[in-house]
Design a protein around this ligand. Sequence first.
Ligand code: GDP
Length: 244
Amino acid sequence: MTHDPTADPGRDPRLAHGWLHTARFLTTAPQLEHLPALEVPEIAFVGRSNAGKSTAINTLTQQKRLAFASKTPGRTQSINLFSLGKQGLTDAVLADLPGYGYAAVPREAKLRWQRVMANYLLTRPNLVAVVLLVDPRLGLTELDEALLEAIRPRVEEGLKFLLLLTKADKLTRAEANKALSIAKLQSAGGEARLFSALKKQGLDEVATLLWRWTHGPAADGGEKEGHGLDPEGPGPEPEPEPLD
Ligand code: GDP
């Protein structure tokens, strides 16, 4: 077998899946200031509880329990980072952010997590893309809308954004088409896709997209410029904003 130099995981889903399947646990950060400063591009997965985030991450990475979000309402959850890259070389990172919107969580805790998320999404220097997972039967919730509003300026500056409509297998074709049209309008200039872990729908598109977003010219440029947030370049750990 000869090595094909033209092989491109940005176009070839098999190669993109092979890359995603290298995912391994990197670290967990109970608070923003515990997140390590990283040079490699980072993709954040966010969504309300029960949106299907853990299932999507586990399906994309083909690892049963990589993302095993605690289902205990109100428990302070952490940001989990997973490394991606062949031969043990990390060339990108997935960040699994805590699910939000449990009805049972006290308002104070909800507001605190909203601030943590907004802080992360607005200040993480190596963040290149955000995947917002939404159950299309429920549509965007108030917290999803708030999150979208918060990152809109960064999306306008080049942050990649994907509105991923989960559990698409539960929709009829007409419902799916309608949900996708609405999501495209809501995606703030980003992308929208249907996804079903159960039916393996949308996996190829998401896998190749994630590769392109972390290996395309924009990812390199964004990295070097640090999104204008850290003009000094790599140095001491940036001072995180207080969470409370
Ligand atoms: P999370 O809280 O966002 O991490 O959500 P989970 O991944 O735990 O999923 C919430 C529920 O939706 C679980 O009961 C899953 O089995 C279900 N679910 C997730 N993805 C799919 C899917 O693609 N199709 C269907 N039918 N159910 C799904």
